[in-house]
Structures are given as structure tokens and as C-alpha cells.
Design a protein around this ligand. Structure first.
Ligand code: C2E
Ligand code: CA
Ligand code: CA
Ligand code: CA
Length: 278
């Protein structure tokens, strides 16, 4: 608890201690989370604007902490990213998502699954080999897997990272650029990297209906991406109005609460039967 100090300095340091304690405590329990099986995945549909049908689902990680309850990934992923923990968690996510997608496929309901890769994972030298091994072990067709990497990770990346993507692409794995528009302004990497899909960050979708700037940005991104032969996914679509506007702008894929929140694997097959009229 924060104590009111006599001066600003002690208040500040008490606050810092709290934060540090929470941080350390969380890290200790995060290390135990995998063996204790406290993680699970949820899946959020990505709907093809032209058909109104689901073409893929994004796997999103959930951590159920024994006393705190659900800890948001925005809190624990950056923590895991500070150490090799992210490699273990990331591998678990990949394996679990591929096992699940292979089950859907064998049940006659094939749907592509997309998996988030953190920047640190992306820098791992053996990444392509690891991903291909998981595909092999789970029997999932590479075409049914897409990986998402962030703009920042791609910008910082080396020639080795480019080769990783190249190798994945050659095997048929899709590559999406996540949170597009929130990072750097240089677009040169779009032509250098084998990227198939741009995901426009939800902050642009959010302001879409206010007219003006955001619509201009979305239009420009779509024109640029399409001229490079990339598909575009809009994130954070929350209303029918937004979905219709994006469909009218020829955005390829739509993802957001309007269609579905992320759901447990068991709910996915019934969502595949749905059709959204836009
Ligand atoms: P992200 O990759 O950009 O994932 C999309 C986030 O937006 C998800 O939050 C999703 O639940 C949320 N979202 C989807 N539709 C809407 C909408 O219509 N409105 C709003 N307000 N939000 C929407 P979530 O699951 O909390 O994940 C947050 C971030 O944590 C992800 O952002 C991603 O960066 C990271 N993350 C989640 N799972 C993993 C994982 O397995 N590995 C890694 N490396 N990162 C992950
Ligand atoms: Ca993502
Ligand atoms: Ca995103
Ligand atoms: Ca994000």
C-alpha cells in the first residue's frame, strides 16, 4: 500500500516499490504458469468482407492466475518478453493452436489459424525450423497457419529474420504484419519482406466514422497494400457501420467484436456456419 510521505520523494519510492513487487511477483507466477497449465487459447474470427464468411481465426493467449484471475496479455506478454520465458510460452501457443487447427481440419471444418509471434521470438535463429517441426508433428497443412509479427519487429529485423520469413513463405505459411500504422513510417520493408497480409490497427478503424483523417489513412493503406499484392485486415471492427464502410473501401478481411469476441475452441465450428450480410 502507498503511504503518504512527507515529501514527494518517499511517495514516489513507495509507489515504485509496489510496482516492482507486483512485477516480481507476477514474474515468479508467470514462470510457474506453463507447468501448472494456467494458459489457454481463445480464437477470434476474421471475416472475408466479400463473402461474409470466416476464413481464419486468430489465436489469443489467456492466463488464468490462481488468485488474481484473468491477467490481460498486454500485462504479462511484455514481462515474458524480458526473458526466455516468451520462447517457451510462444512455443506452447504455436503447438496448441496447430493441434487445434489440425483437429478442425480432420473434423472436416478446416479454418486457418493465425498465431502472434513476439519480437524476441522473431529474432530466434531456429524459428523457421521450430515452426516447420510443429507443423510436421501436428500434421497441420502449412497453408492453414499464418504468423503475425509487428511492424516494430520487422523494422528492427536482420537479414536472418528476413530469411526466416522467406523459408516459412516457401513452405506455404502465411505472414501477416500486425498493428500496421502504429510504428515506423518507412515502408521500404514491405517490398523487402515476404508479407501477405497487413493488419490495420484498430485506432484507425475506431475513428473511421468521424470522416476526415482516419478514412484517408485507411484508403491510402488499402491502395498501397493492394498495389503491392497484399491483403488487408481491419482490426477492432465494432459496428455494422464500420464493417460496411470498410467493405465498401474494398478491405479484404474484418475482425472485431461486431463479428465475435475471441471464443473458446469449442465455439468455433458453429461460428463457421454463420454468414454476415454487409
Ligand atoms: P493483437 O495481436 O493486436 O490482438 C488483438 C487484440 O484486440 C486482442 O486483445 C483482441 O481481444 C482485441 N480486440 C479484438 N476485437 C476488438 C474490438 O472490436 N474492440 C476492441 N477494443 N478490442 C478488440 P487481447 O487478446 O487482450 O490481446 C492483446 C495483445 O496481446 C495482442 O494484440 C497481442 O499483441 C498480445 N498477445 C495476445 N496473445 C498473444 C500470444 O499468444 N503471443 C504474443 N506474442 N502476443 C499475444
Ligand atoms: Ca495479432
Ligand atoms: Ca493487432
Ligand atoms: Ca495490438
Amino acid at each position: 500500500a502507498k503511504r503518504a510521505g512527507r515529501n514527494g520523494v518517499s511517495v514516489y519510492s513507495a509507489g515504485l516499490t509496489d510496482q516492482l513487487l507486483r512485477h516480481m511477483e507476477l514474474e515468479v507466477s508467470l514462470r510457474a504458469a506453463l507447468p501448472r497449465q494456467e494458459f489457454h487459447l481463445v480464437y477470434q474470427p476474421q471475416v472475408e468482407a466479400a463473402t461474409g464468411r470466416i476464413c481464419s481465426v486468430e489465436a489469443l493467449l489467456r492466463w488464468h492466475h490462481p488468485t488474481r484471475g484473468l491477467v490481460p496479455p498486454t500485462e504479462f506478454i511484455p514481462l515474458a518478453e524480458e526473458s526466455d520465458l516468451i520462447d517457451h510460452i510462444g512455443q506452447w501457443v504455436l503447438r496448441t493452436a496447430c493441434v487445434q487447427a489440425a483437429i478442425w481440419s480432420r473434423d472436416g471444418r478446416p479454418v486457418r489459424v493465425t498465431v502472434n509471434l513476439s519480437p524476441r521470438q522473431f529474432r530466434q535463429p531456429g524459428l523457421a525450423r521450430m515452426i516447420l517441426a510443429v507443423l510436421d508433428q501436428t500434421g497441420l497443412a502449412p497453408q492453414l497457419l499464418e504468423v503475425e509479427i509487428t511492424e516494430g519487429a520487422v523494422m528492427e529485423s536482420t537479414e536472418a529474420a528476413r530469411q526466416t520469413l522467406q523459408e516459412l513463405q516457401q513452405h506455404g505459411v502465411g505472414i501477416a504484419l500486425d498493428d500496421f500504422g502504429t510504428g515506423y513510417s518507412s515502408l521500404a520493408y514491405l517490398t523487402r519482406m515476404p508479407i501477405h497480409n497487413l493488419k490495420i490497427d484498430r485506432c484507425f478503424v475506431n475513428g473511421l466514422m468521424d470522416g476526415g483523417e482516419n478514412e484517408a489513412i485507411v484508403r491510402a493503406v488499402l491502395a498501397m497494400a493492394h498495389s503491392l499484392g497484399l491483403r488487408v485486415t481491419a482490426e477492432g471492427v465494432e459496428t455494422l457501420d464500420q464493417a460496411r464502410t470498410l467493405a465498401a473501401l474494398a478491405c479484404d478481411l474484418l475482425q472485431g467484436y461486431y463479428f465475435s469476441r475471441p471464443v473458446a475452441a469449442a465455439h468455433v465450428p458453429s461460428l463457421l456456419d454463420r454468414h454476415w450480410a454487409l
